[in-house]
Design a protein around this ligand. Structure first.
Ligand code: IPE
Ligand code: IPE
Ligand code: MG
Length: 235
């Protein structure tokens, strides 16, 4: 069983187009798939789940779609926060607050604040997130510590870098699942995914749920992770 699964929830727009509906409907159905997936992850005893819901590159889309995605996030927090709190879910948000409307920012902060003491399940929401942007922000933090004389450049290690990232309190993802037929990371957890197992599924995100999560976990279980070493028993 992986400790941390990351999911690139892709294919909402194509799902809608294939069903003859506007893209926004695909995003709405995507939220339902997210609810199903969180529920299944809790049921399977997963500890950490991070979902990619808005990338720093998604600003390139028409403003109407960006606004629709923000509105959906707000609705999700408003409708689901109380239940997630009751279920002991601790919410973290990864990404930059820069550029986000105040109400979106406030709701994200509320979700993090009100679930901070929970430990039953960890839900990471990568929102306005880009792996490279995260690394740049982390580098700035470290550079500032060097400038203030708190650390020396020779003290900068992989560990220091990990601690400066938004995901400092999360283990690295063991498994990254991408739905929606594309085979790429699209700037998701680029540092953290160095040794993640990757599973690409043809299913479009609105059709994803418990079965898809289970089959990805089974696929993961059949992999041999070597981390640069040798096959067990080969030496
Ligand atoms: C994923 O679905 C949701 C976000 C990226 C916000 P898309 O909107 O990317 O759907 P496709 O890839 O166009 O089908
Ligand atoms: C990745 O999907 C981002 C999210 C799922 C939030 P995209 O649809 O934005 O990725 P590309 O453009 O196909 O690489
Ligand atoms: Mg897409």
């Amino acid at each position: 069983m992986p400790a941390h699964i990351g999911i690139i929830m892709d294919g909402n727009g194509r799902w809608a187009t294939r069903h003859g509906m506007p893209r926004a409907v695909g995003h709405e159905r995507g939220v339902e798939a997210l609810r199903r997936t969180v529920k299944a992850a809790q049921k399977f005893g997963l500890e950490y789940l991070t979902v990619y819901s808005f990338s720093t590159e998604n600003w390139r889309r028409p403003m109407a779609e960006v606004s629709a995605l923000f509105a959906l996030l707000k609705t999700f927090v408003k409708q689901d926060l109380a239940r997630l709190k009751r279920e002991g879910v601790c919410i973290s948000v990864f990404g930059t607050r820069e550029g986000l409307p105040d109400d979106v920012r406030a709701l994200l902060e509320k979700a993090v604040r009100e679930t901070a003491d929970n430990t039953a399940f960890h839900l990471g929401i990568a929102f306005n997130y880009g792996g490279r942007e995260e690394i740049v922000r982390a580098t700035r933090k470290i550079a500032d510590e060097v400038r203030r004389g708190k650390i020396d450049p020779t003290d900068i290690t992989e560990h220091v870098m990990c601690e400066a990232l938004d995901t400092a309190h999360y283990p690295n993802p063991d498994l990254i699942i991408r739905t929606g037929e594309e085979h790429r990371l699209s700037n998701f957890l680029v540092w953290q995914a160095a040794y993640a197992e990757l599973v690409f599924l043809d299913v479009l995100w609105p059709d994803f749920g418990e079965d898809g999560l289970l089959s990805a976990i089974e696929n993961f279980a059949s992999r041999e992770r070597r981390f640069g070493g040798l096959k067990t028993g080969a030496a």
